[in-house]
Ligand binder design. Structure first.
Ligand code: TYD
Ligand code: MG
Length: 466
């Protein structure tokens, strides 16, 4: 009997080798290689998608390709729709990734409920939910809790993809959910479900189904211990959108973030609150993260940061204290570590604040990661406020990037940030003077703006109490 050919595949990045390797030369991870059987390419395999789906794949002229008028499927959840760039694009393939137990199945079941109550071209939208991880009874339990009793929602726990395709042909859904991609398998491949080859092949087949049958498909994927989507990069380039569902395990709010979106921007976030009756949208997250009565503590500052198109007001807390070690500790939660080092260096050189014998801790309340530099001023003032033990000016937001020579640099969308701060009851805003061209725009706002050019000016203003 002929010997079966095998290969070794890295389960982290998909790198292939003919022998076992302890460390992957591509992604540098240890002990990630698994043995898989090499499939001889057969006629059926080389054009598997066209054979399985029985569709016409011939090239067409771009002007002859039909375009659906009603291209966006709205989920009726503002937060989800915004992250998707205005709803699901019909026929798109979306990957929803997140830690186990974060609420992916809950979110998608609620989405099915909303979609199934809508009509498309006069026919109600029909959804098929492949619950490969749970039994239909378990899904029913969750559905009862969420009040889902849609007429056109079909549930199956079939996890063989070829069987799923038969059901798709029967039911002809407009919306398909695969929960999760790690639990389904294609019988064309011998390796076990969850392996990189299976995930890659299954996603490939699902991508063809989505495009050719115009079925909006959501694939749910688990995140590994390291925070990658299992079988990670291989999936990201195949799908149209990658959406991460994150949250603090000990808190009830959840954040939906788009990592890749072919049909919208990628910097959008959506905020939800997990309650007994499922996920509820949080339309004004600043209220959730802020407690304005607390802002008079030493070491606290409030910033207005942009997350996509939305302004979030967040509290930054700083703590400094003498260190018993020769190398003082710098801990940054929510802002980039190197950014903190840079701000501390500017404080030392331009303001004369020496922290070389002090530990510095920074925490952004709410578990949000701030990437934009306009938060610098808030961080610098929080550190100074704690080091000097003086609270910052009450009801004031800080906006601006701190340059290396101690200058305060411009921030985008200043008007939008100020409006949000005003809405939440803030009375003053320290803003960069370089944002001059918006002077007329902010004149009408009630919030009083204090324009500064240098960090030292900002410090004088920030510690002036009324
Ligand atoms: P689930 O959607 O099963 O998570 P995932 O699919 O990402 O693994 O959600 C599981 C968690 O959500 C579980 O800890 C219970 C909680 N939950 C609620 O708090 N309220 C609800 O209405 C539901 C359905 C779940
Ligand atoms: Mg689940």
């Amino acid at each position: 009997m002929a010997k079966t050919k095998t290969k070794w595949v890295c389960q982290s990045c998909g790198y292939e080798s003919f022998s076992y390797l302890g460390r992957c030369p591509d992604c540098n991870n240890f002990a990630t290689f698994c043995e898989e059987v090499v499939q001889e390419p057969t006629a059926a395999k080389t054009n598997s998608a066209s054979v399985i789906l029985n569709v016409d794949l011939s090239a067409k002229k771009i002007k002859d390709i039909e375009n659906d008028e009603k291209i966006r499927l709205k989920t009726d959840m503002q937060e989800f729709d915004r992250v998707l760039g205005g709803g699901f694009v019909a026929g798109s393939l979306v990957l929803l990734a997140g830690d186990p137990g974060i609420g992916k199945s809950t979110l998608i079941l609620q989405t099915c409920k909303n979609l199934c109550s809508k009509k498309e071209n006069k026919d109600p939208i029909c959804a098929l939910y492949i619950c490969a991880e749970e039994s239909p009874q378990q899904v029913k339990l969750r559905a009862q809790r969420l009040g889902v009793d849609a007429e056109n929602l079909y549930v199956t726990n079939q996890n063989c993809l070829e069987e799923v395709i038969k059901q798709i042909d029967e039911i002809k859904p407009d919306f398909l959910v695969v929960d999760s991609i790690q639990a389904v398998y294609s019988s064309q491949i011998t390796s076990s479900s969850g392996s990189v080859s299976q995930i890659r092949e299954c996603t490939n087949i699902l991508m063809h189904i989505a495009k050719q049958k115009n079925i909006t498909t959501v694939i749910i994927g688990h995140v590994t211990k390291e925070g990658n989507i299992a079988g990670p990069k291989v999936l990201e380039h195949m799908v149209d959108c990658v959406i991460n569902f994150e949250g603090d395990r000990y808190k009830s709010y959840r954040i939906l973030r788009s990592i890749k979106n072919r049909f919208g921007t990628t910097s959008e976030v959506g905020v939800f609150n997990m309650e007994d009756d499922g996920l509820n949208e949080v339309l004004n997250p600043s209220e959730l993260f802020l407690n304005p009565s607390d802002t008079s503590n030493c070491g606290c500052s409030i910033i207005a940061t942009l997350e996509g198109t939305r302004v979030l007001l967040l509290e930054i807390q700083a703590l400094t204290g003498s260190t018993p070690y020769p190398n003082p500790r710098r801990v940054a939660r929510g802002i980039e570590y190197n950014r903190l080092l840079q701000i501390l260096a500017v404080l030392e050189k331009r303001v004369g604040l020496n922290l070389s014998k002090q530990d510095v801790y920074i925490n952004v309340i709410g578990g949000i990661d701030i990437i934009e530099p306009a938060a610098d001023l808030g961080v610098a003032l929080a550190v100074l406020s704690c080091a000097r033990d003086i609270p910052l000016k009450n009801k004031t937001v800080m906006i601006g990037e701190v340059g290396l020579s101690g200058e305060i640099r411009a921030a985008d969308n200043l008007e939008k940030r100020l409006k949000e701060a005003q809405k939440l009851g803030f009375e003053y805003a320290i803003i960069p003077k370089v944002n001059k061209n918006i002077a007329q725009k902010i004149e009408k706002l009630q919030i009083k703006t204090i324009q500064v050019t240098k960090l030292t000016d900002a410090i004088i203003q920030a510690f002036k109490q009324d």
